[in-house]
Design a protein around this ligand. Structure first.
Ligand code: TRP
Length: 455
């Protein structure tokens, strides 16, 4: 057994040991998270982990704005696996989030050899056409191309200063032979993820990035980069919270540190009174400012106040000329197995149900799909089947069946040997047929909305 759990966003294999992934990469499990109106993917544990999701849920509960950003790599046809991200996006949109979607045409041209023109075509005809059909709201969704959004590339370049090859080696396993496109792509993706909070794109607010777990390395990188740019850090202290001032090349002068290294006491004093004012405006009165140590303490604050203090100080940072970037939140879904039981991949059509597959093709794929049933009917009745590895069952669970109770019934029935593998496939075919024809119909109905997604 491979005891190193690795995540490679460009690789063809993906570890499915989700609890070890959570542990190794410091994700938070979704188990303890209270979700008000959970989606199918929440209820079934398909969305299994997150980072800082509370920041977004809190914003929602208190009626504050939050944004959603995700991206697509325009390299092949859109398949069911890709639709899971859209299910997540749609759910956040229904909760009130504004939605931005990056078409990773730069990444695709650099890592998949797709021209920008092809990327544009695929993104529009394959992806956005299906987004519209799947029910994303064109009025509340903005899709853009990496190659055309200057600020995204600019941010990527600026943030490059905050990292180095060693960090990228550690996160992605790069070495001396790594193509530089793989160095640039994550920085552009950091630009994608962080730009919606810039003042021209909706301003400072929590941004959540729903993705498959393969994308987590990019989130780790981006969260680190954002934190490194911050002028004020907020940490738990022995008593309450402590704000630390981070003097950097960019802000030294503003902070009162002259190029000679001499501290301008007057300027420093002003900076610290601005920090104190920001915190006071949140309602705290007992504030201990210590410019000498570069800290401000709020003894009466608790861990739960961290977020509000953080946001107030990011606002202050922006007023003082900094970027004021809030680390993104994220949610992660599990991967659905491919039809053959292996990984789903656009380059292997037999492993994959495409959103544009016609009914006959879909039926064929499901009939041949990997089954969790026994070799003979007699054996199956006696031992029962395994829904956990049965592709037909899994696809109903991930995609086609809304009714939890029914799903539970067929799960039990299969395990007990009452439902045969062929019967399971038949149920899946019926639901897939309905789902796909419904989607095709919607695609026609919503085709005129495609352009609106780019406005
Ligand atoms: N790298 C992603 C992929 O391979 C695409 C992407 C680009 C993305 N920018 C993003 C995903 C920002 C999430 C957020 O599919």
């Amino acid at each position: 057994m491979d005891d190193e759990v690795r995540i490679d966003p460009w690789g063809s294999s993906q570890s499915t040991d989700y609890s070890r992934i959570i542990e190794k990469f410091g994700l938070s499990s979704m188990d303890g998270v209270a979700i008000d109106s959970p989606s199918r993917l929440h209820r079934r544990g398909v969305i299994f982990a997150h980072r800082d999701l509370d920041t977004v849920l809190d914003a929602k509960r208190s009626g504050n704005p939050f944004g959603v950003l995700t991206g697509l790599m325009p390299s092949g046809m859109m398949h069911l696996g890709h639709s899971m991200v859209i299910d997540q996006v749609k759910w956040f949109q229904e909760q009130g989030g504004d939605v931005t979607i990056a078409v990773a045409d730069l990444e695709s041209t650099a890592t998949r050899g797709i021209s920008l023109a092809q990327g544009r075509e695929i993104a529009t005809q394959e992806y956005v056409a299906n987004y519209a059909a799947l029910g994303l709201d064109a009025e509340k969704t903005n899709v853009y191309f990496q190659s055309e959004r200057n600020v995204v590339q600019k941010l990527g370049f600026q943030l490059g200063k905050r990292t180095n090859l060693s960090e990228l080696e550690a996160i992605y396993g790069f070495d001396g032979s790594t193509n530089l496109a793989h160095v640039q792509a994550p920085l552009v993706q950091a630009g994608d993820i962080l730009h919606p909070q810039l003042d021209d794109y909706g301003g400072l607010r929590p941004i959540v990035v729903p993705v498959g777990i393969d994308q987590d390395p990019h989130l780790r990188l981006t969260r680190g980069l954002a934190a490194k740019t911050n002028w004020f850090n907020v940490n738990d202290a022995k008593m309450g919270l402590q704000v630390g001032v981070s003097v950097q090349e960019e802000n030294a002068q503003i902070m009162g540190v002259e190029s000679s290294g001499r501290v301008n006491k007057e300027t420093q004093k002003e900076v610290f009174s601005k920090i104190v004012e920001s915190i006071q405006s949140l309602g705290f009165s007992d504030i201990i400012s210590n410019p000498k140590h570069g800290t401000v303490n709020i003894p009466s604050a608790t861990s739960r106040d961290k977020r509000t203090v953080k946001i107030a100080l990011l606002e202050l940072e922006r007023k003082m000329g900094g970027m004021g970037l809030l680390a993104p939140s994220s949610t992660y879904h599990r991967f659905a197995v491919g039809m053959t039981g292996d990984k789903m991949s656009s380059s292997k059509p037999k492993t994959t149900l495409f959103l544009n597959d016609d009914i006959v093709t879909a039926e064929k794929k499901i009939k041949k799909s990997f089954s969790g049933g026994q070799a003979t009917i007699e054996e199956h009745r006696r031992i029962g089947g395994d829904p956990d590895i049965d592709v037909a069952y899994q696809y109903m669970m991930y995609f086609f069946e809304e009714d939890d109770k029914f799903l539970e019934e067929i799960n039990q029935g299969y395990r007990a040997g009452k439902i045969l593998a062929g019967e399971m496939k038949q149920m899946c075919i019926e639901r897939a047929t309905e789902w796909l024809s419904n989607l095709a119909e919607k695609r026609d109905e919503t085709a005129h909305l495609i352009e609106k997604f780019f406005e």
